[in-house]
Design a protein around this ligand. Structure first.
Ligand SMILES: Cc1cc2nc3c(=O)[nH]c(=O)nc-3n(C[C@H](O)[C@H](O)[C@H](O)COP(=O)(O)OP(=O)(O)OC[C@H]3O[C@@H](n4cnc5c(N)ncnc54)[C@H](O)[C@@H]3O)c2cc1C
Length: 345
């Protein structure tokens, strides 16, 4: 039995790890390489690390972090993060790929539509783990209820006043986060529910970082992305047939990330494993995903249609309704985000 996996992030790596246990013929293709600075740019906070099929204290595991500072329009509070961990994602993925001794890994291999078809003809199971811009969108209908443009990067600056807690701010249209890796370095990102261009987002980020006395990085040092989230309905397309081969879509490619929970990486890994186990056991992959992600997907599914009216802050309040805020203020204008940012530190 051949299992081919396209995309070697958390979803693809977790799929390969499990696939190795059931067959000797596993192939993994990634358009990037595991060497070098693979991915130091995205958020690196994980809730519930024990859900990942990885040991602790491996390269890329930075430290435990069980408290996060969350700021919404109602104020600032410390949030308990169960089994929270800060990762260096690039290091961790490199280490993880290195543990896959029986998987044939092809790096720097961008799989296009023709190649994907060819792989399907040669495989029993083909897993699409290509992330935010999935190749499967050419073969099956996929849409995202929430696709939030993001700009993020690793910044070297004095973060000693913020270290060690990660911080997230959900306010009006923005979602800003700072995850200190050390007192001198942090992953900083900004998401926006409006359809802003990277240069517009960069201007906003400059303003917000200046407010907390952090020198903004050069635009080139930042990565543009999109934080994808789907409601439950999207899962109808998580599996399809191509050339008599079963294709399962895992991770961000099927919109499992949820920017408000910090479970993107965990959900990606869980779905990668489910993509393999459901196939091997002859069970419905969609059913597996629904069982694993029902609560998160339901919250996203319910929140998505109304998020345009209540904004990110509203969703955050909904998701964190049990938070007891310690300070409060009443924002009147969008410009009050600056006030909120001051609360941030
Ligand atoms: C700015 C930002 C911040 C985030 N912060 C957090 C956070 O703090 N905590 C958290 O848990 N989640 C966070 N997330 C979500 C998290 O990053 C994703 O949910 C997770 O990375 C999804 O893993 P994945 O394996 O599905 O996709 P990815 O990690 O995107 O991996 C996809 C892989 O596919 C490869 N690929 C793509 N196309 C092709 C192709 N055609 N051929 C070959 N290879 C291809 C890519 O090179 C990549 O390695 C964040 C997301 C963003 C955008």
């Amino acid at each position: 039995m051949r299992i081919s996996i396209v995309g070697g992030g958390f979803a693809g790596l977790a799929a390969a790890q499990l696939a190795e246990e059931v067959t000797a013929d596993v192939r993994l293709y990634d358009k990037g390489a595991y060497s070098g600075n693979r991915r130091g740019a995205w958020g690196e906070m994980v809730w519930d690390y024990s859900q990942l099929p990885l040991d602790r204290h491996v390269p890329g595991y930075v430290r435990e972090s069980n408290t996060g500072i969350f700021v919404g329009s109602s104020g600032k509070t410390a949030v308990n993060v169960p089994d929270g961990v800060i990762l260096n994602r690039g290091e961790l993925e490199k280490h993880w790929a290195g543990t896959l001794e029986r998987t044939e890994i092809t790096e720097n291999a961008e799989v296009d539509e023709a190649e994907f078809r060819r792989l399907s003809a040669e495989s029993d199971l083909l897993i699409d783990a290509t992330g935010q811009f999935p190749i499967s969108s050419r073969f099956t209908p996929l849409s995202y209820d929430v696709a939030c443009p993001t700009l993020s990067g690793r910044i070297e600056a004095d973060f000693s006043h913020l270290y060690p807690e990660p911080r997230a701010l959900a306010y009006e249209n923005y979602f800003l986060w700072i995850v200190p890796q050390s007192p001198e370095e942090a992953t900083v990102g900004l998401g926006c529910r409006d359809d802003k261009s990277p240069s517009e987002l960069y201007e906003d980020m400059q303003q917000l970082l200046a407010e907390i006395d952090i020198e903004p990085p050069e635009r080139e040092a930042l990565h543009s992305g999109t934080d994808v989230s789907n409601g439950l309905r999207s899962l109808s397309h998580c599996s399809y047939e191509l050339n008599d081969c079963t294709v399962h879509i895992a991770g961000d490619a099927i919109g499992l990330a949820n920017r408000l929970t910090g479970f993107g990486m965990v959900h990606a890994a869980q779905s990668g494993r489910a993509a393999v186990s459901a196939f091997v056991q002859g069970e419905s992959y969609k059913r597996r995903l629904l069982c694993q992600n029902f609560w998160t997907k339901a919250v996203t599914g319910v929140a998505s249609p109304i998020h345009h009216s209540i904004g990110l802050d509203g969703i955050a309040r909904l998701a964190k309704s049990d938070i007891e805020y310690q300070e409060s203020f009443e924002p009147q204008q969008p410009a009050d985000i600056l006030h909120a940012v001051r609360t941030f530190i």
